[in-house]
Write a protein that binds this ligand. Structure first.
Ligand code: ADP
Ligand code: MG
Length: 457
């Protein structure tokens, strides 16, 4: 089987764009699912986060899209607004060179009105959450008659969130001849049943993430009590000094407490969990992905699907509920050429869980001894600068980078990720240069205008 997108009969615009994006090799899930997707077959795909599932299902959709027809031709359901936005952004990126492709998101949290009017203007691809899509169907604003491809992304999580009835309600309105692609990180009984209800002789594609596991150093620590975990985290951070670490906890409360404990001990850490509002969540995730935060503490649910990878370390503060999630969690560590670190704590009564994990890994999980506690400092390489202007003010990455170089006197290499939000922008700047950048930009101009700028705490 070939690795090159060129070997498929994709439109030239798509191929050229993939080259520009630097997608030269297919990921394993793309390699296996794209031929089926292009044939119109149903499939169930299982692969870890960051494996390129979005392109795996979107390229087939984009290749067959009839742009002249003003009806929705593909419907993609995602568990949350954030994931739906992420998928829509990725599809728009893949569709850049096709003319006039309209991708519309239909999600909760905002009013219906603009979603209805963007549908009226002719959407080709709808990306939405099951709750909001089901509601808009009732108001007759979405026509699903011409949907050729139905995608359930992160299906296990949609079921966890109680969306089964909405999914089935939506499905009942779709044509029988459609194609259905279902992606899920885990395969509990409920997913098998969902597949039986919405798919026809689907091909199962499973990408074993285990082959990469050799690049990850895995340590297991048996602790006497849950109370020992906080100190143990400090021991690990102090000895390994990982630049970025994600720590997985079982519950929201544990997540909050651990993030506070780490902050109290001088570590730049933040937690993400269900209680965080969207704005704070975006801020925390932006800081973590642009390397101005050392530690992200999260529940599985809060971290699922997010494009966070290449981490120096993953700590399983609590073992995952589902042992298969162990592999997904540790897959976020390990960069090209560098070994990842995966540390897991477990308590006596959880010993059987270790056996389950060892069965999945097909190797023994041996206990390690924790290192001694040390004084330490982990400083992220970047700091985040805030600009009180964003998409609404028509700011683009080029404007920001231009201002950083011309007005603030930085080198382009001092500037990291630039995240432009509706009315604000976050820019990662090398930590030594952040004060200079803020000072000069406060008096200088971006795109011929003055904007308020400052630190992001
Ligand atoms: P998943 O849904 O499996 O978690 P995504 O579809 O969000 O993963 O993809 C993760 C990242 O990998 C995205 O930033 C995407 O642009 C990138 N990506 C996808 N396919 C390729 C490829 N063939 N080559 C290089 N990068 C890719
Ligand atoms: Mg995804």
């Amino acid at each position: 089987m070939s690795n090159q997108f060129r070997d498929f009969n994709l439109k030239e615009e798509l191929l050229k764009n993939l080259e520009e994006l630097g997608f030269t090799k297919m990921t394993p899930i793309q390699e296996k699912s794209l031929p089926l997707a292009l044939k119109g077959d149903d499939l169930i795909g299982q692969a870890k986060t960051g494996s390129g599932k979005t392109a795996a299902f979107s390229l087939g959709i984009l290749n067959d899209l009839k742009v002249k027809i003003q009806w929705p031709q593909a419907l993609i359901l995602c568990p949350t607004r954030e994931l739906a936005e992420q998928v829509a952004v990725e599809i728009r990126k893949l569709a850049r060179m096709l003319k006039n492709v309209k991708v519309v998101t239909i999600t909760g949290g905002t009013g219906y009105h603009h979603q209805e009017s963007s549908l009226e203007h002719g959407a080709h691809i709808i990306v939405g959450t099951p709750g909001r899509v089901a509601k808009l169907i009732k108001t007759k604003f979405i026509s699903l008659r011409e949907i050729k491809t139905f995608v359930l992304d992160e299906a296990d999580r949609m079921l966890d969130m109680g969306f089964y009835d909405e999914i089935m309600g939506i499905e009942s309105l779709l044509s029988e001849n459609r194609q259905t692609l279902l992606f899920s990180a885990t395969f509990p009984e409920a997913i098998v049943r969902l597949s039986e209800n919405v798919q026809r002789s689907a091909t199962m594609i499973k990408i074993d993430s285990l082959h990469e596991e050799g690049d990850i150093l895995q340590h297991f620590y048996r602790l006497e009590s849950h109370k020992d975990k906080n100190k143990s985290v400090l021991k690990l951070l102090g000895n390994y000094l990982p630049e970025r670490t994600i720590i997985f906890c079982k519950t929201k409360v544990i997540t909050k407490n651990l993030a506070k404990f780490l902050k109290d001990n001088g570590v730049l850490a933040e937690g993400i969990h269900g209680d965080l509002d969207q704005k704070d969540r975006t801020k925390v995730l932006t800081k973590f992905s642009n390397k101005s935060l050392s530690v992200l503490v999260a529940t599985d649910v809060a971290a699922r699907g997010l494009d966070i990878k290449d981490l120096a370390a993953v700590i399983n503060y609590d073992l995952p509920m589902d042992s298969e999630d162990y592999v997904h969690r540790i897959g976020r560590t390990g960069r090209a050429g560098k070994k990842g670190l995966a540390f897991s704590f477990y308590l006596d009564p959880e010993e059987y869980r270790l056996e389950e994990i060892s069965e999945i890994l097909k190797k023994d999980c041996v206990d390690s001894v924790l290192p001694e506690e040390k004084e330490f400092v982990i400083e992220p390489p970047m700091k985040t600068l805030f600009i009180a202007g964003g998409k609404k003010q028509k700011l683009r990455p080029g404007d920001i980078l231009g201002a950083m170089v011309k007005e603030a006197g930085l080198e382009p290499t001092d500037v990291g990720d630039i995240s432009i939000l509706p009315i604000s922008t976050y820019v990662a700047i090398k930590k030594e240069k952040i004060n200079q950048a803020i000072q000069k930009l406060s008096n200088g101009k971006i795109k011929n205008r003055t904007f308020r700028v400052g630190h992001v705490d």
